[in-house]
Design a protein around this ligand. Structure first.
Ligand code: CA
Length: 232
């Protein structure tokens, strides 16, 4: 599985070495960059499969690096953030990052994030995102008829819940921010109405999850947003 090439963008040499040592041990190929402008050039010249991007870089801000790369590429970007505040992660996700790691992170966390991203890549490349039917374990969405099924039984969803479910399904594996979800599902007049989103999410989970208190399908990222998980 690991013939994946990763661009590692990190100015802190010990952290960069920890990452590259881990990648080497798990048979990932990689290239490195120690600042933002090199990162943008390397992304263009090497066409990596995944980018690991530190947000605090000496020249350009990591969020600006994401914006530049997103102007031509959909390559999955996992941001590495040292700051404990959520705002920089949210800015990065809104600029088009797919996922995040918070420093200090363990080798296991790094590998887990890479596996999630590789599964997402496999879904994207397997034209999974363009299929008319979405299947994720017990959940099936038939986009053509506009119906969702759980264990082959039709779910009785409101139009809002259905749109919310489809948006999450179409972005399986990716963390979506509150702002992205509210703007996509309800339009800009609902900009960041997190309270209403929580209410719709709670009713959707009651219908979707076996145990809404310990959800399997939809992960909560506190203060940031939600992610649909691909169930093995
Ligand atoms: Ca840094």
């Amino acid at each position: 599985m690991n013939k994946c090439q990763i661009l590692v963008v990190e100015d802190d040499a010990p952290v960069r070495n920890l990452i590259t040592t881990t990648l080497k041990a798990h048979e990932y190929r990689f290239v490195t960059a120690a600042d933002g402008s090199t990162a943008v050039m390397e992304a263009a010249s090497h066409n990596p499969d995944i980018i690991l991007l530190d947000l605090g870089l000496p020249d350009i801000d990591g969020v600006e690096v994401i914006r530049r790369i997103r102007s031509w590429s959909n390559v999955p970007i996992i941001v590495i953030s040292a700051r404990s505040e959520d705002s920089d992660k949210i800015d990065a996700l809104d600029a088009g990052a797919d996922d995040y790691l918070t420093k200090p992170f363990s080798v296991e966390e790094l590998l887990a994030r890479l596996r999630v991203t590789q599964r997402r890549l496999a879904l994207m490349n397997g034209s999974g995102s363009q299929e008319a039917v979405y299947i994720n374990s017990r959940l099936r969405i038939d986009y053509v008829s506009g119906c969702a099924y759980l264990n082959d039984e039709e779910m009785h969803l409101t139009p809002m819940e259905y749109r919310l479910l489809c948006l999450l399904a179409q972005n399986t594996g990716k963390v979506l921010t509150h702002k992205f979800i509210t703007q996509s599902v309800w339009g800009s007049s609902w900009d960041n109405d997190v309270g209403s989103l929580r209410v719709f999410m709670a009713t959707l989970r009651k219908k979707l999850e076996r145990s809404p208190g310990a959800p399997q399908y939809i992960q909560t990222h506190i203060g940031i947003g939600y992610r649909m998980v691909k169930i093995e």
